[in-house]
Structure formats: structure tokens, C-alpha cells
Ligand binder design. Structure first.
Ligand code: SF4
Length: 280
């Protein structure tokens, strides 16, 4: 044993081991109050979130392109900066973490079966220039599935009313992508997993695959693209005003929503938070 504090001799080799912290070090730690420590923790979480490529993505993929509002599509296609962004990232973080866990669960179940039943995170392209990663494809039933992890009120809404237009279109777009890649698709669906709840609260929405749903999305996007060109919004952004709006519950999450629009790239919608503020 060495006489030098912090150094222990093993097999004749000196090894440096950490010295015991002084009592003052603990006193130093005590000066960090709970609010400051919690701030450090949430900053660490935000840093990870903001540096995840998925959250920096500006490309409009199948999860968004089925939006029913032409103005929203136009502003996104033109990659305009949103004014209703930067909300609390936690729901998204939980959703992403759940997706990773569920993907592993499906792969482990394939190993358990000794065959591939579930295809996970398959990159599909419903049409040229549009692609995305589909959460799950069930080979046994030729079903395309997407995971959603909503909060309590949205979960109740989806159980009662089914998915909105954007989610529904997303599943049919993935369906079109799988068909293009040579796999059969008989149905598309969404597995809603409660963000605040239990496994028995999971809900499956499913309907027959209909290529007309994806085609309607392509037609709407093409029409908006023609408008963008004809109105020359790149040089005359004031012309965004001439692109129709279709307000709805999606306005809550629209990056261009503002209760007091300051320019033609912002929109009050007529429902969602705008309506609540106006009504209030
Ligand atoms: S706020 Fe609503 S109406 Fe306005 S562009 Fe967004 S989705 Fe369309």
C-alpha cells in the first residue's frame, strides 16, 4: 500500500485513483439550486432535440404533404420560415423514443417467429421526388401501419373521429409507395399508442387501401405548384393572399399561424388557437 493518498500500488504498478472530495466541494454543489439544476437538465434535452437531423428537416414528406390547406402547402413548398414554431419538444421526443422502441419490438418478434412478418422503417417513394420512411408493414395481412403517440385529449379525439386528413393521406401515400416497390397493399392503418395511458388503451384505425387518396394529394400539390408559379410568389410574396386557405383543426400546428398576421406569409386561419383567442 502506498503512503501517498490517492495512489494504490497493484502488482508493482502505480495506479492513480480519484481522491475523496473535500467537504467544501459538497458545499459548492449545494449552491446549485433545484431550478438551476433542472434548467441544466432541460437544456441538455433540448440540445439533443435540436441537433437531431429529423427535427431540422425542412423537406415536406408524406407525413405533411396531404395537408388539406393549399396555402399551407404553398408556404411549405416555398420553404418559407414559420412564425408558429419552437413549441415544447417533449411530445415529439416521447414520440420518437416510442418509435425506436416499437421498431425494436417488431424486429425481435420477427426473430421470435423465425421469419419476417414485420417490415420496419422501410423507405418508400409514392412518386418521384417524394419519399419517406414507413413505420411498419405487416406481410401477413399486407397492411401498411404508422405509429402515432398522441396525448390524452387527442387520443380520445382519434378514437371517436378517426385520423384527420393529413394522417389518413400519409398512410395511403405509404401504401402507394409499397405498391410501387412491388409489395401488395390491402389496407392501411394507424396504431394510436397513448402518450399518457396504458397499453390496453391502444387503438387501431384501419381502412382498405385506396390509390385514389394518394392521387388526390398529388393533384392538389400539382395545382398548388401551378399557382405558385403563376402568382410568382417568390418575387411577389403578397400574392400568397390569393392562394385559398382551408382552415381547420390543423391550424393549431400550422407553422404559419399567427393571431395577428404581419405579412402574407402568416395566416390567422379561422379556427384553432386563432379562433380561441378571437373568441376569448
Ligand atoms: S393557419 Fe390554417 S388556414 Fe392558415 S395556412 Fe395554416 S393551415 Fe392554412
Amino acid at each position: 500500500m502506498s503512503a501517498v493518498p490517492g495512489v494504490w500500488i497493484a502488482s508493482g504498478q502505480p495506479v492513480q485513483v480519484p481522491t475523496e472530495p473535500d467537504a467544501e466541494d459538497f458545499l459548492e454543489l449545494d449552491t446549485v439550486d433545484d431550478a438551476t439544476l433542472l434548467d441544466d437538465i432541460t437544456s441538455m434535452i433540448r440540445n439533443k432535440y435540436e441537433n437531431t437531423p429529423r427535427h431540422q428537416q425542412r423537406y415536406m414528406g408524406p407525413s405533411e404533404i396531404g395537408h388539406p390547406c393549399p396555402r399551407h402547402i404553398a408556404l411549405r413548398l416555398m420553404d418559407e420560415d414559420g412564425c408558429n414554431v419552437g413549441g415544447d419538444p417533449w411530445p415529439s421526443i416521447v414520440g420518437t423514443a416510442c418509435h425506436t422502441w416499437l421498431e425494436q419490438a417488431a424486429q425481435e418478434w420477427n426473430e421470435h417467429l423465425g421469419r419476417e412478418r414485420w417490415i420496419t422503417e422501410r423507405r418508400v417513394s409514392p412518386r418521384e421526388g417524394l419519399d419517406g420512411s414507413c413505420d411498419l408493414y405487416d406481410i401477413d395481412t399486407a397492411t401498411v401501419l404508422d405509429w402515432k403517440v398522441p396525448g390524452q385529449s387527442r387520443m380520445a379525439h382519434y378514437k371517436r373521429h378517426g385520423p384527420g386528413a393529413v394522417y389518413r393521406a400519409q398512410t395511403h401515400l405509404y401504401g402507394a409507395g409499397f405498391v410501387k416497390s412491388g409489395l401488395p397493399v390491402t389496407s392501411v392503418g394507424i396504431v394510436f399508442m397513448p402518450r399518457a395511458g396504458q397499453l390496453r388503451g391502444a387503438h387501431l384505425w384501419r381502412e382498405p387501401y385506396d390509390p385514389a387518396v394518394a392521387q388526390a394529394v398529388f393533384d392538389r400539390v400539382d395545382n398548388v405548384s401551378v399557382l405558385i408559379h403563376d402568382l410568382d410568389v417568390e418575387h411577389h410574396p403578397e400574392n400568397y393572399e390569393h392562394i385559398p386557405v382551408v382552415p381547420g383543426e390543423g391550424c393549431d400546428y400550422c407553422p404559419f399561424w399567427s393571431p395577428n398576421p404581419k405579412n402574407s406569409r402568416q395566416c390567422a386561419g379561422t379556427t384553432g388557437p386563432a379562433a380561441l383567442l378571437i373568441a376569448g
